[in-house]
Ligand binder design. Structure first.
Ligand code: SF4
Ligand code: SF4
Length: 69
């Protein structure tokens, strides 16, 4: 997955989508994409379990995520 930090607002919709789809629960801590934010700057980290399903990208309202392949 590719994360565009300049477009990301830190809204965490991606984490809710990932955790709901894979774990059945809206819980950002269970998401396979984690965000580290300092002020308005967020960096995304993808867990090894990320299967590149693209669900997080589909629910990013700002177009900040896309599949890398
Ligand atoms: S691509 Fe799929 S598994 Fe990976 S972080 Fe996004 S929703 Fe989660
Ligand atoms: S849904 Fe998009 S804008 Fe919101 S935190 Fe995730 S990557 Fe950033």
């Amino acid at each position: 997955m590719i994360h565009r930090a300049d477009a990301c607002t830190g809204c965490r919709s991606c984490q809710l989508a990932c955790s709901l789809y894979h774990e059945g629960e809206c819980n950002p801590s269970l998401s396979r994409v984690q965000l580290r934010c300092q002020g308005l700057e967020c960096t995304a980290f993808f867990a090894p379990e990320c299967d590149e399903c693209g669900r997080c990208a589909a629910y990013c309202p700002y177009g900040a995520l896309e599949k890398s392949g």
